[in-house]
Design a binder for this molecule. Structure first.
Ligand code: NAD
Length: 266
């Protein structure tokens, strides 16, 4: 990825769930703009270290990693503290970590409901609560919440995910109102289908259920919802996040911007 105009030089960005998929795409885009990055997420320690070293080497900024489990409020607060201690401050918070679980409501396991809501919604609240005071004190901050087309529309069998993502769009609006007279903004990005491990699992399930190849199942998944029939990419979402962090977006407040190949236009 080419270096950007370095509009985030001197800023520190925390990107949750950035060891994979969309979060990694956003971390790369922010690093290309000169931001120092706190990575977070699960994975093989050697692979995570390779990602960390790669980002630092490619863009020349500081890149740290913290393995906080965001299903736990204390660890979420600890992530913001660690970023502040190790990188000096938190100017940009991208709440991206998320998981999916699929089952009809009456069969939906209680513990899966709790976990999806904890990671996809509650962790965003705890991270915002922890980061906001220092953003307000400097009168500059950017909070970008990765919701989903499922934050604006619903699908069957996704009770916890759809509820959490609608909740996150609501949280985005509340925080935007409470910061409206400051230099801190809070917005949501609502992606359509992006080909990441989270979606690959759903493609695998569809392929197994209907006896389809991987490619056929991918096309079927897209054709059910996404008029473009193309996956949105982490790089495209990274560029939207960069825009939300730019001066041009200073009055973008409480928006839920869908980048979804036309999904929500239907
Ligand atoms: P992914 O599975 O590739 O990445 C998820 C990231 O979250 C990983 O880094 C993982 O380690 C991390 N994570 C999971 N549980 C965690 C926990 N308890 N604590 C800390 N980190 C944790 O998924 P993705 O598709 O890149 O999804 C990223 C976000 O985008 C999610 O919020 C997801 O709901 C949202 N989203 C994805 C799509 C899509 O089509 N892929 C569409 C709309 C929204």
């Amino acid at each position: 990825m080419p270096k950007g105009q370095e509009i985030l030089k001197g800023k520190v960005a925390v990107v949750t769930g950035s060891t994979s998929g969309i979060g990694l795409g956003i971390a790369r885009a922010l690093a290309a703009e000169g931001a120092d990055i706190m990575l977070n997420g699960f994975g093989d320690p050697a692979e995570i270290e390779a990602i960390r070293a790669d980002l630092a080497g490619e863009f020349g900024g500081r890149v740290a990693y913290n393995g906080a489990d965001l299903s736990k409020p204390a660890e979420t607060k600890g992530l913001i503290e660690a970023a502040t201690n190790e990188l000096g401050r938190v100017d940009v918070l991208v709440n991206n970590a998320g998981i999916q679980f699929v089952a009809p409501v009456e069969e939906f396991p209680d513990d899966k409901w709790e976990l999806v809501v904890a990671i996809n919604l509650s962790a965003c609240f705890y991270a915002i609560k922890a980061a906001l005071p220092q953003m307000k004190s400097r009168n500059w901050g950017r909070i970008v919440n990765i919701a989903s087309a499922h934050g604006l529309t619903a699908s069957r069998d996704k009770a916890a995910y759809v509820s959490a993502k609608h909740g996150l769009v609501g949280l985005t609006k509340v925080v935007a109102l409470e910061t409206a007279e400051t230099g801190v903004t809070c917005n949501a990005i609502c992606p359509g289908w992006v080909l990441t491990p989270l979606v690959q699992k759903q493609i695998d399930a569809l392929a197994a259920r209907e006896g389809l190849s991987n490619a056929e199942a991918g096309r079927k998944l897209l054709s059910e919802r996404q008029p473009s029939k193309q996956f949105v990419t982490p790089e495209q979402l990274g560029q939207l996040a960069v825009f939300m962090c730019s001066d041009g977006a200073a009055e973008l407040r409480g928006a839920a911007v869908n980048m979804d190949g036309g999904w929500c236009a239907q």
